[in-house]
Design a protein around this ligand. Structure first.
Ligand code: MG
Length: 272
């Protein structure tokens, strides 16, 4: 009787081991599936951009504030000079998150396929951007687009902007990148004829040259120095998907491998 009982327990325990083993292997497979995506660091940023209504709300908030500040300027009759508003394009007025999503689903990395994407000219306008720029244009304010898209992308970019109904989308108002990434010279060129009332962008280099190639520490320090400009002359939009904030972490290295970058990202985390 005792032997039979022990035998039964033994058989049951084997069965239970098998069940556990099957469970473990199932969960392992599931875990592997969910982590085997490429560019995993991009996932939450792209989801936030595409799925969080809070991201939309931030765009509306920024463009509502831009309009308030423009109105304030327009009401001040003492101010001299032709007015201009300067906006960046990518992640400021056009939504390239489908391209970023493709970097995850196609296991690719920028600049792969970027020009294929811009050539399609189908990026959607970001919330509030068309309305604000049309409002500015209607008030007699010149609108300039200062972008680091290349000259080869200009035609498709104009097509995209026109289809999205942005005003003044022509070669006289779009300043693409020619030789330098810095936007300072292009802003200075506009300032020869206009007073820039507002600058709108998702990258600090859209506002002032002091941020060009700056370290994370300098970016923080300069942002503090410029604190009174934000929400007044500088209107900032959220972009957690990419930007100089990320490049600065890698010291603007163009040679670091994906593994090196992942290590660097981990090493700069501040925990308690
Ligand atoms: Mg941008």
């Amino acid at each position: 009787m005792f032997k039979t009982l022990m035998g039964l327990i033994f058989i049951l325990s084997l069965f239970s081991c098998n069940v556990n083993k099957t469970d473990n292997s199932d969960s392992l497979t599931k875990t592997e599936d969910s982590t085997s995506i490429s560019n995993p660091h991009l996932m939450m940023a792209v989801l936030y951009h595409q799925q969080a209504a809070e991201s939309r709300a931030l765009y509306y908030q920024a463009y509502n504030l831009a309009q308030l500040m423009l109105d304030k300027d327009l009401e001040n009759k003492k101010l001299k000079g032709k007015r201009a508003v300067v906006v960046d394009i990518d992640e400021t007025i056009l939504d390239n998150s489908p391209f970023e999503a493709a970097m995850i689903t196609r296991n690719a990395k920028f600049p792969e396929d970027w020009e294929k994407w811009t050539e399609l000219a189908k990026a959607k306008a970001l919330p509030g951007s068309v309305e604000f720029l049309k409002y500015a244009a209607d008030k007699g304010v010149e609108v300039f687009y200062v972008t680091n898209r290349k000259l080869a992308e200009r035609e498709a970019t104009i097509k995209n902007l026109l289809e999205a109904e942005f005003p003044m989308a022509d070669t006289n108002h779009i300043f693409v990148k020619l030789d330098k990434s810095s936007k300072t010279e292009r802003r200075n060129k506009i300032m020869e004829d206009y007073r820039i009332v507002l600058l709108v962008g998702d990258n600090l280099t859209d506002f002032d040259g002091v941020f060009d190639k700056a370290s994370p520490e300098d970016r923080t320090a300069k942002t503090d120095e410029f604190k009174n400009e934000f929400g007044r002359r500088f209107i900032v939009l959220p972009n957690a998907m990419y930007g100089d904030w990320e490049k600065a972490i890698y010291e603007y290295s163009k040679t670091s491998s994906q593994n090196d970058k992942a290590e660097i990202r981990k090493s700069v985390l501040r925990d308690f």
